[in-house]
Structure formats: structure tokens, C-alpha cells
Design a protein around this ligand. Structure first.
Ligand code: HEC
Ligand code: HEC
Length: 392
């Protein structure tokens, strides 16, 4: 029976060798709750797979008791497809050249791209609260997947704090690009692929409104942009006038320092929106129906919504008084429920992560898209935007 043991050993080795990859390590890091101070918190603690990798709590508690941020954790579905922050220049109606910022990670775009973003939660005092890269590298060396990770990166990298944490970030980025996070298998996708029966009458009315009277598609476009399927976001920034919760949050303006961008946040994808309550950057609105009532009547019944942090930059042109009937509000809400991916809906009790449906292109086959994303910070990206004059 010696040959049998030998074959099993070879098979075992092959399976192992196949198993270890940046994606596999990235997944383990994502789930690991020993990479926080005190231990107990990982990425997955605030990005819950069952809530489309968002957080159902208004704000997530940090690793340290009593500490918390001021924003609602957003979905990680499709987050790898958010383009790096860049200034788009175009001519406005008066023929003047203007610049607007688009893309960037975090709701205020303060991380240039995904590679820069994944580093930050580890060292954020309100999140995982590690003291620095050496602390992270130490914990990685003591992790359960240490030997696999070491094999993957080699001894030289393993012993070097800076190089090792670089591989940590690289692995997390690889994991977030996985097809599981970008299945495009919601009912709306079936409809777009030609299954005209995929939507009912109310949803179809919602879809028509979304592109006309309600004006949603201006900022949550249904057309194809940087990716072959619609992402339902233009990644632009706007101030919706979200109800204030006491603590001011300047959003993009806090990053750029420009007054006209105070209170602006990046337009989110609406994919899986039915799973990611509560809503808006501060989680101030609990249900999709209320979000629609807010868009519809914010300016008609201001007393219902109370104060907002930066009233002077609120967008009054595209929302606030949409004159939608109650039925139309319901139709838009119904439409948004068709944006939920089936791999999330099919998750069962005890499933750690959602499955990947068949036929989703691999990251490798989309290399051109991902390679075009600059990996490191381009410090000029933000400086290209000229200071705009603010009338006071
Ligand atoms: C304590 C809760 C918490 C932990 C832990 C946490 N996050 Fe987050 N995450 C958030 C919040 C809140 C935001 C939004 C913050 C902002 O915009 O300033 C966010 C934003 C993000 C974004 C940006 C999404 C977008 O639309 O721009 C990504 C990607 C992300 N987190 C990935 C991770 C990864 C990877 C980890 C683990 C290394 C992690 N998060 C750990 C709460 C958390
Ligand atoms: C002018 C651009 C613009 C238009 C038009 C617009 N949105 Fe938005 N939308 C945004 C921005 C920006 C945010 C994020 C605001 C924030 O977090 O403070 C947002 C947030 C949302 C959210 C909450 C997302 C979340 O994750 O919390 C929903 C739901 C939503 N929009 C749906 C719609 C619908 C439906 C319409 C049409 C009635 C619409 N939007 C029209 C820009 C727009």
C-alpha cells in the first residue's frame, strides 16, 4: 500500500500548492479577527456578507470599546470597480471649463484607489487600532495561515515588515476583485439580458421613472461606463442634505479643503441596496421607502428631516421636490429590490461567504481593466483641480 500513501501525499501537495494564492490569503486576512488591538475585530466584523458586506448598524463600533466612526459602512460588492479618484474637466452651459472630482475610495474619496484604501482600517483608531506596519506584520507572522503565506511570498519578504504588509494589501485587493463580489446576477440583469418577464409591472414603471421624471439615472446611470455592465453609479460627488446627527461631516470638502465641496459624498452603487440599510453616509435614514420620500419631499416638508450639516452646498436642482405620487415612490422602491444579486439572496444560515455564480469572468480575464488602475498614489490627481471661487 506504499504507492497509495505516496499518491495521496502527491495529491495532497498539489491541492495545497494550488490552494495558496493571494486571493486565498486575502480571504483569510479579511476574516481574521486577530489583526486588531485589542483582538476581536476584522474586516468582516463591519462588512457583513449577509448585508452585502455593509453594516446593518448605523455606525460600526471599533475594536476599542466606546470608539466609533461617524459613517455607515458601505457595501463591498462592486467596490473593486470604483475607479481611482480623478478630476474630470468639461465645459458647463456657459462654456466655462470646470472640474469635478469622480471616483476614489471611501465615501469622501480620501483614498486614491483600492490599494491605498485597504491599508487604512488596520491603523484607524476607531477601527482595528494597530500601532503601525510592524504591529500588523508581527500578527501576520503569528496567524493561522502564516506557513502558507510565507510559502507564497518567500523568506525574504516574510522577514521584512514593509514588504510583508505590502503583500497583505495586495492580497486583500486581489480578494475584493473576486467574481463573488461582482456577479451581476440580479433580476434587473436578467431583464437587461433579454428576459422581459423578469420585472413585474410596478418594477417596470419604476425603471421608467428612474430614467425620466425621478432623474435617478443622472447619477446612478443604467448605461455602460468603465465596466461592461451598469454599475448604477457615476462615482460623482454631491450633497443630498442628509439629516444631521449632530457631528458635522464635511465629506469631500474635508479632503479637498474647498468650500463648494463641503458635505458632498460619492454617489454609491445601488446594486444590492435593498440589503444595506440604514442609508446615506451617516446612516440617518432607515428604509428605502423613507429615502425615496426624502428625495421626493425634502424641500416641501423640511421639518420632517430637520437640519443638515452644510445647507449652503445642498443640491436643490435634481432632488428635494420631485412631485412623485405615492404609487411612483412605491414603484421606485420596488425597482430597487430588483438590484439584489441572487448569490446574496441564496446565502443560507452558516454560510461564511456567498457563492460565485457560473460564467462570471475571472479577474485574470479582466486584467486590462484592473491593470489600468494605477496602483500607487498619484499626488497630482487632486492638485489638478483649480481652486474654485466661492461667492460668500
Ligand atoms: C470598525 C468597522 C470597520 C472595519 C473593521 C473595516 N471597515 Fe471598511 N469601512 C468601514 C466604514 C465605516 C467605511 C466608510 C468610511 C468612510 O467612508 O470614511 C468603510 C469603507 C470601506 C471601503 C470603501 C468602500 C467605498 O465605497 O469606498 C472598503 C473597500 C473597505 N471598507 C474595506 C475594508 C477592509 C478590506 C477591511 C479590513 C482590512 C475593513 N474595511 C475594515 C468600516 C469598517
Ligand atoms: C445628483 C445626483 C443624484 C441623483 C439625481 C440621485 N442620487 Fe441617489 N445618491 C447620490 C449621492 C451623492 C448619494 C450619497 C449621499 C450621501 O451618502 O450623503 C446617493 C445615495 C442614494 C441612496 C442611498 C445609498 C446608500 O448606500 O446609503 C439611494 C437608495 C439612492 N441614492 C437612490 C436614488 C434614487 C432612486 C434616485 C432617483 C429618485 C436618486 N438616488 C437620484 C446622488 C444622486
Amino acid at each position: 500500500m506504499k504507492w497509495f500513501a505516496f499518491v495521496m501525499m502527491v495529491v495532497g501537495c498539489l491541492a495545497r500548492a494550488e490552494e495558496v494564492s493571494p486571493v486565498v490569503i486575502g480571504r483569510k486576512i479579511f476574516m481574521d479577527t486577530s489583526l486588531s488591538q485589542p483582538v476581536g475585530q476584522g474586516c468582516v466584523s463591519c462588512h457583513d456578507p449577509k448585508a452585502a458586506f455593509a453594516d446593518a448598524r448605523r455606525v460600526s463600533p471599533g475594536a476599542v470599546n466606546e470608539r466609533k466612526g461617524r459613517r455607515n459602512a458601505p457595501t463591498l460588492m462592486y467596490a473593486a470597480l470604483i475607479p481611482p479618484i480623478a478630476a474630470e474637466d468639461f465645459y458647463d452651459e456657459e462654456g466655462e471649463l470646470i472640474y469635478v472630482l469622480e471616483g476614489g475610495l471611501f465615501l469622501d474619496g480620501r483614498a486614491h484607489d483600492q490599494f491605498e484604501q485597504v491599508q487604512m482600517p488596520f491603523f484607524n483608531k476607531d477601527e482595528m487600532n494597530l500601532s503601525g506596519p510592524a504591529d500588523l506584520a508581527d500578527r501576520i507572522r503569528k496567524s493561522e495561515y502564516a506557513s502558507d503565506f510565507k510559502k507564497l511570498v518567500g523568506g525574504k519578504v516574510w522577514g521584512n515588515d514593509g514588504k510583508l504588509v505590502d503583500q497583505v494589501y495586495h492580497s486583500l485587493v486581489a480578494f475584493l476583485r473576486e467574481p463573488m463580489f461582482r456577479p451581476f446576477n440580479a433580476r434587473i440583469d436578467d431583464f437587461w439580458k433579454g428576459d422581459v418577464k423578469a420585472l413585474n409591472d410596478s418594477e417596470l414603471r419604476g425603471l421608467a421613472l428612474f430614467q425620466s421624471k425621478a432623474g435617478c439615472a443622472q447619477c446612478h446611470p443604467l448605461g455602460v461606463g468603465t465596466w461592461p455592465e451598469p454599475l448604477l453609479s457615476d462615482f460623482g460627488y454631491d450633497n443630498l442634505g442628509a439629516p444631521s446627527l449632530g457631528e458635522e461631516d464635511p465629506g469631500l470638502g474635508g479632503v479637498s479643503g474647498r468650500k463648494n465641496e463641503m458635505g458632498q459624498f460619492r454617489s454609491p452603487t445601488l446594486r444590492n441596496i435593498a440589503l444595506t440599510a440604514p442609508y446615506l453616509h451617516n446612516g440617518s435614514i432607515k428604509t428605502l421607502k423613507e429615502v425615496m420620500e426624502f428625495y421626493n419631499k425634502r424641500d416641501v416638508e423640511p421639518e420632517r428631516w430637520g437640519k443638515t450639516d452644510f445647507p449652503e452646498t445642498v443640491n436643490h436642482d435634481d432632488m428635494g421636490d420631485l412631485k412623485l405620487t405615492d404609487q411612483e415612490v412605491d414603484d421606485l422602491v420596488a425597482l430597487m429590490h430588483t438590484f439584489t444579486d441572487k448569490n446574496l439572496l441564496e446565502m443560507k444560515e452558516g454560510d461564511e461567504l456567498p457563492k460565485t455564480p457560473e460564467g462570471v469572468p475571472s479577474t485574470e480575464s479582466r486584467k486590462a481593466f484592473f491593470q489600468n488602475r494605477p496602483r500607487l498614489v498619484d499626488p497630482k490627481a487632486k492638485q489638478r483641480v483649480p481652486e474654485e471661487k466661492v461667492d460668500e
